[in-house]
Design a protein around this ligand. Sequence first.
Ligand SMILES: [Zn+2]
Length: 372
Amino acid sequence: MALEPPSEEENRKSQSTAVSMKKFMATKISKSSAGQKAIAHFLGAQGTTIIHSLQQAATKDVGEARAKQLIENVYVLACKGKVLFDSKLITPANTKEFINPINQLAISVFLMLEAKKKQPAKKADVTSVALKFAQMEVMLLNLLKPLIKEKNQAKVSDTVKYFGGPGFLDLLVNDMTYHEYKTTLHRNLKLLINERLEEADLMSPPRLCKKQGCNSEALEEDGKFAGSHYCANHHEEQMKVFLTEPTVHHFLVENGFDYEPFVSMAEKAFPPNSRLLYRGCANYTDASPNIRRIFAEGIFEKYLASNATHPVTCLSEACFADIHKNLRSGDPALFEPCMKELTALFTPIYKQHFMGSEAFKDYCATRKLEKS
Ligand SMILES: [Zn+2]
């Protein structure tokens, strides 16, 4: 006698019980200090420093107990968000919708702090930033309403309203007694934004097409086909060009960017850090105009400045001087000469060490779509 399979209703119930159990545990874990350490690891050094200085500023404003509660909300919600994402109740498409608004919000806070730093005597207007926070609150609640309890929805509102409200923002930016928190935030936000911008393409969930603005799903691995970072249309479009003219560009920023045999060849044979610089430059070109200036400065500080953390020393004097001179221009073509020089440098190495290799042939064979 066969067992009755569980009904859909039962399935749904047991799944939702499992998720609420996980959410309940998430609350417990995020309140413990070990849990906060784990979340801190997830947020990174800058994220943790930012949260810490927000807590100090809030303590000064509303007292220790209330500040502690607000920060606890941040940790609890971050942790619940992760559980919902892991349980697929928040989808990659949901997450992708938030990437741009969150980046824009971080950038607008940064630009407000930066303007104040340059003109300390001028009172900063916090209205437009507060408005962006209010929009973020609406977006978050729309997403979370069906997924979390009313009590927790209220926590989302409370937290965003406090930290993104005109009252707190005004203290933080304009009150001199909050100066140290402001400078810590400014510095860490700058580091965080630069990191994010450079990895902009890695932030899109891998199962969605990497082409900007495209919300189709990326192609899955299937039989001989190795899968793609792009949807069927964009993959085909890219491969058509690549199979006609297989340039190194495809392996630097297009679908081949993480193809292991290419990456390890480039790490050995290309000048140090040059492949990453090329990727940074390509992302800069695609970035929206309002962030190009800080993006350019970030690239310069990381790869080209005399104290760069990832120095690239293979560019010509003229190319370097030109970038340096026009660094703050916001010109979308700022790094074009640099990419040209790098391409000229990479191409002979790529042709000699990679094109025509077994790994190269294998790449072409396993990325070609059957129908084309
Ligand atoms: Zn696409």
